[in-house]
Design a protein around this ligand. Structure first.
Ligand code: C5J
Length: 238
């Protein structure tokens, strides 16, 4: 990318409205320029019979994030904050799925194979959709993404630019895969990313912990780590 086509970096608006308790240190943000991004809270990852389980994972490990996500989404809606949902998945003909991604594991358990909730990780199938407890309300954008990061091959960057967003509150699954990838993409694009620890989850508790530790290490190398309660408090008062 040439400098002329590089994105314009967002500067913090002059009067940050709220301070969110976070690690490695509290962060002041203008909540009017902040979006809540819920990553891949899909049936394929959270429910038995989906992609997560076909990979051999214990999907019950992701359940802990559902109620904190629900509470933060409710607070964001009450405040009028932009809430964006993402879904990982592919077109029915797999034309957007790299063979290197598809050709892993047993053929009957791969992306596109039939499963109890339809074809695994395919757009339009029941398993691809967001779990009922966190279902978007009309008007909330849903970003369908073929990759792990929410910016790659999607309209997310344009959507956020159009809305004047500078900061992202990031929730979802899994902490070390799609949450981490999205935060790294967003950080490079100039967004302040605050990851809500209890609103994220992994099939591997040690990867959840490491995924959060990586973000906040070295003075917050990719972003900040907070939780649902400090963020809800900030939304109510900021
Ligand atoms: C994975 C995701 N883990 N949403 N996807 O394959 O993290």
């Amino acid at each position: 990318m040439t400098p002329a086509s590089a994105p314009g970096f967002r500067r913090q608006s002059s009067v940050p409205a709220a301070v969110i308790d976070a690690e490695p240190e509290p962060i002041a943000v203008d909540l009017d320029r902040t979006a809540l991004v819920i990553i891949d809270m899909q049936r394929d990852f959270l429910e038995p019979g989906g992609f997560g389980e076909t990979l051999g994972n214990d999907v019950s490990r992701l359940a802990a994030a559902v109620e904190p996500c629900r509470a933060v989404i409710e607070a964001a809606r009450n405040r009028g904050m932009l809430v964006v949902h993402t879904r990982e998945g592919h077109l029915p003909d797999l034309s957007d799925a790299p063979p290197a991604k598809v050709e892993r594991g047993q053929p009957n358990l791969r992306i596109g194979a039939p499963g109890p909730m339809g074809r695994i990780l395919i757009r339009g199938e029941p398993g691809h959709d967001i779990i009922p407890a966190l279902y978007p309300v009309p008007g909330e954008p849903i970003i369908d993404k073929p990759g792990k990061g929410a910016f790659y091959a999607t309209g997310l960057g344009q959507l956020l630019a159009d809305k004047g967003i500078e900061n992202l509150l990031v929730c979802g699954v899994t902490t070390e895969v799609c949450v981490n990838t999205t935060v790294r993409e967003a950080n490079d694009r100039g967004y302040r990313c605050i990851v809500l620890a209890d609103c994220c989850a992994s099939y591997f508790p040690e990867f959840h912990a490491a995924g959060l530790a990586m973000i906040k290490a070295q003075g917050g190398i990719f972003g900040w780590v907070s939780g649902s309660k400090p963020v809800i408090t900030a939304m109510a008062t900021g």
